[in-house]
Design a protein around this ligand. Structure first.
Ligand code: PGA
Length: 260
């Protein structure tokens, strides 16, 4: 069954590719991929590549996302980049990725401030949430997901919440995590159900049905179709497998087939 919501396929390149390599990748991808109104392909390069790629990209074909930014709009914050400085280059911004939470110690308050800053600047935040393997082992999966969702949306009004995309990314399934293992469709289905129920409690049922919920964690060309078939999952956030053009193209193809 096809969802009434759009499908999103997002490449999170993390700290890979120089601007030149990113540009070459985009050029090759543009020649190979045809998107449609219902399939949004988004590339999230390093901050340094956003400006050159924004000049090169055909925004009807692909969109750009920031991987990170600081939540204040300007000021004495050495080394930081504000979303207000890059908002003309991007349509989306990843917020709360587990690598930011655990390697760079971003707090729930930081994440909530970033979600609000993105909305304030007309950029769609992609809020990543997901339990660690420790939390899962201790039976705290639901409480971890609920707390992150609640905190992340803390400053977002009912009017704005459907501008947020939620990505469920269990930390233990992300390829950069030690001993990462792919999530089972049943676990992802439970998590998306929980996410929509909590959105319904916070903002009402109609909003819960409108909001997009994606999955991310060790998605590759072989597993993409299976994950896209999970009811309520509206797309994929892809790390490692997005670094290789062939495998990312296959994931996009899987999304197109799924929509037909
Ligand atoms: P992965 O990364 O596909 O390499 O597991 C996903 C992510 O970190 O968003």
């Amino acid at each position: 069954m096809t969802s009434p919501r759009k499908t999103y396929i997002i490449a999170n390149w993390k700290m890979n590719f120089t601007p030149g390599q990113a540009s070459l990748y985009l050029q090759r991808l543009s020649n190979r991929v045809q998107t449609s109104r219902d399939l949004q392909v988004i590339l999230a390069p390093s901050t340094i590549s956003l400006q050159p790629l924004s000049l090169q990209i055909n925004r009807r074909q692909f969109k750009l996302a920031a991987q990170n930014f600081y939540w204040r709009d300007f000021g004495p914050y050495t080394g930081e980049t504000a979303i207000s400085q890059i908002r003309s280059f991007v349509d989306y911004a990843i917020v709360g990725h587990s690598e930011r939470r655990y390697l760079f110690h971003e707090s729930e308050q930081d994440i909530a401030a970033k979600v609000a800053a993105a909305i304030r600047n007309g950029v769609t935040p992609i809020l990543c949430i997901g339990e660690t393997s420790f939390e899962r082992k201790n039976g705290e999966t639901k409480s971890a997901i609920s707390a992150q969702l609640h905190e992340g949306l803390h400053d977002i009004s009912a009017e704005d919440v459907d501008k947020v995309i939620i990505a469920y990314e269990p930390v233990w399934a992300i390829s950069s995590t030690k001993n990462a293992r792919p999530a089972k469709p049943a676990d992802i289905a439970d998590a998306q159900d929980l996410i929509r129920k909590q959105i319904a409690r916070l903002y009402g049922k109609a909003t819960a049905e409108k909001i997009s919920v994606l999955y991310g964690g060790s998605v590759n060309a072989d597993t993409a179709a299976g994950y896209l078939a999970i009811p309520g999952i509206d797309g994929l956030l892809v790390g490692d497998a997005s670094l290789v053009g062939d495998s990312f193209c296959s994931i996009i193809e899987a999304a197109k087939r799924y929509q037909e």
